[in-house]
Write a protein that binds this ligand. Sequence first.
Ligand SMILES: NC(=O)c1ccc[n+]([C@@H]2O[C@H](COP(=O)([O-])OP(=O)(O)OC[C@H]3O[C@@H](n4cnc5c(N)ncnc54)[C@H](O)[C@@H]3O)[C@@H](O)[C@H]2O)c1
Length: 273
Amino acid sequence: MTRKILITGAAGNIGAKFAAHVRKKGSYELVLLDRMGGDGITAADFSTWDKRWTKLFKGVDTVLHFAAEAAGTSTWDMVLRANIAATQHVLRAAREAKVRRVVFASTNQVMLGYRFDESVTSVTTDLPPKPLSPYGISKLMGEEMGRGFAEETGISFIALRIGYFQRGENIPGPHMGIGVWGQSMWLSNRDMMHALERSIEAENVPFAIVNLTSNNPQMRWDLKHTRKVLGYKPRDGHAPVVDARIEAEDKKARKARIEPGTWFNEYFHKVIG
Ligand SMILES: NC(=O)c1ccc[n+]([C@@H]2O[C@H](COP(=O)([O-])OP(=O)(O)OC[C@H]3O[C@@H](n4cnc5c(N)ncnc54)[C@H](O)[C@@H]3O)[C@@H](O)[C@H]2O)c1
């Protein structure tokens, strides 16, 4: 039987690309939701609870929960509603509708505090989290809500710590920003589509948090766990190009002493580089 896949944030970059990919392959039945609404997309703002959510989730196999304020510079006010409350409401609807799995779009930014900590040569998901922004904290909270949700309900929950996935063609290079760190977490369109398919199809995963980047040479992101848990096999990779702009970005961010606690003051956007 064809799996029914529900996407929150379906009007956004990742949601729209995956929906187009699925339509082309005819691989899944889709339910598309976004606060924006749109062509084939039902309008649904998850920052407030509505009984309607459970009805929309009925018969769904896997929820891909992408809806969020996705900018690393989002303020507390923004993430409290769109990332924290909305995730709670999505999990509530998933529980009431008894779905099989929830895949949560978490972020590399849960680990941004390791950017200049070269003593850590492999950034694995079992290291202590080091978010530096309200956004990073909100995603860490989503992961932890998922941990409790999986334990309580027995519904599978997978958090993807997504790297750097640009709009459109998604060509990697120095234009990406966030210095060498930014380029070294590039995630190609092809690898992302494959990872999402594996996140739906992988068996025997009660709960997992995995890194998700392409296979970028010299990067510090660990993908061994992702390969093992999801059967992820990235086919792309990009070695960071270090030019004057990248050196300047790294210098500025190093000087700004990004460290845990930065999130408290909401000045993260001034120091990301
Ligand atoms: N693109 C990346 O590089 C990247 C990296 C790490 C994590 N992520 C995460 O992946 C997810 C998708 O990212 P994206 O690049 O497609 O972002 P995007 O901003 O393009 O899409 C997010 C979508 O969510 C919708 N949305 C926001 N709040 C909502 C709410 N309360 N109810 C319903 N819909 C709501 C928006 O309207 C938008 O269409 C986000 O959760 C983001 O934090 C993305």
